[in-house]
Design a protein around this ligand. Structure first.
Ligand SMILES: Cc1cc2nc3c(=O)[nH]c(=O)nc-3n(C[C@H](O)[C@H](O)[C@H](O)COP(=O)(O)OP(=O)(O)OC[C@H]3O[C@@H](n4cnc5c(N)ncnc54)[C@H](O)[C@@H]3O)c2cc1C
Length: 628
């Protein structure tokens, strides 16, 4: 629904939300439930659903989970960012898709639902953010979710007995469901972890459990993607006091500098190349995501003065934290690896065979099942210690502690405080340092360069792919403008793997995939290697026989890609610790500008973060309404 742009020129809104993405649409819905409040959302992308229909059907690439790779690199959906060349990754540049569509990245993500641990969220409070902890966020996770419990058949297939429905939301806007009919590899995953003695003891939502299990997806019972636009916008779209303007590209925020702190007065934006201004009465909420929120702050004069001076931008509020603390390394760098499946075991590669795609479409449309209905249902969270061989545990942990201490001692201030809590997580055998994502598909050695080709490869045969993900990286990067022109993408420099701790943890996790592949029942579905001393690796990873520590390190450097969870560039922290927003998410030095999106996460958490973005935005809406 395109709101006429002319109408904003003559109007003043109580709230202007920049970015109709995951967080922005939560706020649009919650703030506009008071009819006396006028809310405007400015979203650069298009709306790709039919808001007049109760069941939005218009875009199969978004709606059908198995078509998600069609979304990446296509400007109808994706900002198509790329990182700067990464020295520790052999100077590779890594693709960073971000949703440019109503619903933002929730419309293009991999749909995996997971949950931060208790320690992860309690650490936010520990770093100086009163009120932000595991217990205060639980009600908001639940408020955003409508969990569809699996049928007896699906529960049996995926081994979901640990699910505790009381920990899930049951009447929120975003639907979550387990995929049906995923095939023998997905069915083997959680059982294999039991064999390894690494099955979770409780629903990981309880906040402390480790182990391998099957996770739900952001989709409804019919396996249609559930994302911020249908979940939060559609139910509110007929409210007279909510206007959503799509195709509206925000350039900067205007301030009255005669007040102290400064007052945000409105937003400059473009529609079809024409410049517009809209005024605000109460607050501007910046929800443009981890890449664009710091860019918009810098373009508006909030940031490091030297950085702003370079581009002739007047510094309205000096803050060196803007665009820093990028935990793109904490974005959960990911490395895929494939083990060859036995002939006849169904894998994604078969979709290229005649008739299989038609069959898959039929399964999807008629039963909401099959390869297009899910993919990558297996996950697992393990500590660094648990992936080490027994005889190396003590020495490797001691070595790693030394590396962490050396790095930590070379830092000061806020970063040092973060590293101290990260060290506690790393050395705690009950916290995750590694996540595994599993699916019936080989991996692309060059996945980092193209997300559209994430699962594409030219190796013959079918594969079981295990993605090893670093949950709490020690490397830090930055995102800064490289031009005063808003349409020039900022420089994204995650500095992936610049910290040796990250290479050690990720390569150890990758090495452990071998143990997973050799445990039953997964091992019964995979081919042996030629020497008969392990499972057969996907040829493009160039592993001769078994993985070694050396080959794992080489693969990390050559094949790491993003798992697309960057956070931290407008961090919620005390100002002296590099914070950009306070614990009410208000930008320091401003009276009425907040940031609400993944960029405010002060430290990354384990797992997939969209559920936490929803929860943070839900909590933010209560803070805003109560005037905090
Ligand atoms: C490819 C991919 C796979 C992922 N997989 C998973 C997963 O499986 N599970 C999971 O939990 N998480 C996943 N994530 C992460 C998760 O989806 C994101 O962290 C989350 O959606 C981010 O929400 P946000 O509100 O911070 O930003 P976004 O949802 O990206 O919203 C930002 C919005 O602001 C708009 N915007 C930006 N700049 C401007 C401007 N100048 N003017 C106007 N509008 C603007 C954008 O178009 C966008 O709509 C994935 C992300 C990606 C990209």
């Amino acid at each position: 629904m395109q709101y006429p742009v002319e109408d904003t020129d003559s109007k003043v809104f109580d709230y202007v939300i920049i970015g109709g993405g995951t967080a922005g649409l939560v706020l649009a819905n919650r703030l506009s439930d008071n009819p006396a409040v006028q809310v405007l959302v400015l979203e650069a992308g298009d709306e790709r659903l039919d808001a007049s229909s109760p069941l939005p059907q218009t875009d199969p690439n978004i709606n059908i989970p198995g078509l998600m790779t069609e979304l990446y690199g296509d400007e109808k959906y994706d900002w198509k960012f790329k990182t700067a060349p990464q020295p520790s990754l052999k100077n590779r540049t890594i693709a960073w898709p971000r949703g440019k569509v109503l619903g933002g990245s929730s419309a293009i993500n991999f749909l995996m639902v997971s949950h931060a641990s208790r320690a992860d969220l309690d650490n936010w409070e520990k770093l100086g953010n009163p009120g932000w902890n595991f217990d205060t966020l639980q009600p908001y996770y639940r408020r955003s979710e409508a969990f569809n419990a699996p049928s007896t058949e699906t529960a049996e297939e995926l081994g979901t007995a640990i699910v505790d429905t009381s920990l899930h939301g049951n009447s929120g806007p975003v639907q979550t469901s387990f995929p049906k009919g995923q095939g023998p590899l997905d069915e083997a995953w959680s059982r294999t972890f039991k064999t390894l003695g690494l099955g979770p003891q409780a629903d990981p939502r309880a906040g402390s459990t480790l182990g391998g299990y099957s996770l739900p997806k952001f989709m409804d019972k019919t396996a249609k993607r559930s994302y911020a636009a249908p979940a939060y916008y559609v139910p509110a779209s007929r409210r007279a006091n909510l206007k959503v303007l799509t195709g509206a590209f925000v350039k900067k925020i205007a301030f009255d500098t005669n007040t102290s702190p400064v007052t945000a007065t409105g937003v400059w934006y473009y529609v079809d190349g024409n410049k517009h201004f809209v005024g605000v009465l109460r607050e501007i909420i910046l929800s443009a995501g981890t890449v664009k929120s710091p860019q918009i702050l810098e373009l508006s004069g909030i940031g490091n003065k030297t950085q702003l001076d370079k581009f002739g931008i007047e510094a309205i509020v000096e803050n060196d934290g803007v665009g820093e603390n990028l935990q793109a390394s904490g974005d959960h760098p990911l490395v895929g690896f494939g083990y060859e499946a036995l002939e006849g075991v169904p894998t994604r590669e078969m979709i290229k065979q005649p008739g299989v795609l038609d069959w898959a479409l039929q399964e999807y449309t008629q039963k909401g099942a099959g390869p297009l209905a899910g993919g990558a249902t297996g996950t697992g969270f393990l500590s660094y210690s648990s992936v080490l061989p027994a005889e190396q545990k003590d020495s490797s942990k001691a070595q790693l502690t030394k590396l962490v201490d050396e790095y930590s001692n070379s830092t000061t201030g806020g970063l040092r405080k973060q590293l101290e809590v990260q060290k506690e997580v790393l050395l705690n055998d009950h916290e995750a340092d590694i996540q595994y994502n599993f699916g019936a598909s080989g991996a692309n050695y060059a996945a980092g360069e193209s997300t559209a080709a994430f699962f594409d490869h030219n190796d013959p045969g079918g594969y079981a792919g295990i993605m090893t993900v670093l949950t709490h990286a020690f490397s830090r990067g930055s995102i800064h403008i490289q031009s005063p022109d808003a349409s020039t993408a900022p420089i994204i420099d995650p500095r992936y793997m610049s910290n040796p701790v990250d290479i050690e943890v990720l390569s150890s996790g990758l090495l452990f995939t071998q143990n997973i592949s050799e445990a039953a029942p997964l091992s019964n579905l995979l081919k042996d290697n030629e020497a008969g001393d392990g499972k057969k690796a996907q040829p493009s990873f160039k592993v001769d026989g078994r993985l070694t520590k050396e080959s794992a390190v080489r693969i990390v450097r050559e094949a790491v890609s993003s798992s697309f969870h960057p956070v931290g560039t407008c961090a919620m922290l005390p100002r002296e610790d590099g914070g950009v927003v306070d614990s009410s998410l208000r930008v320091y030095g401003t009276r009425n500008l907040r940031v609400v999106d993944a960029s405010v996460f002060p430290l990354n958490v384990r797992g997939n973060i969209a559920s936490l973005v929803y929860a943070v935005a839900e909590r933010a809406s209560d803070l805003i309404k109560s005037g905090q």
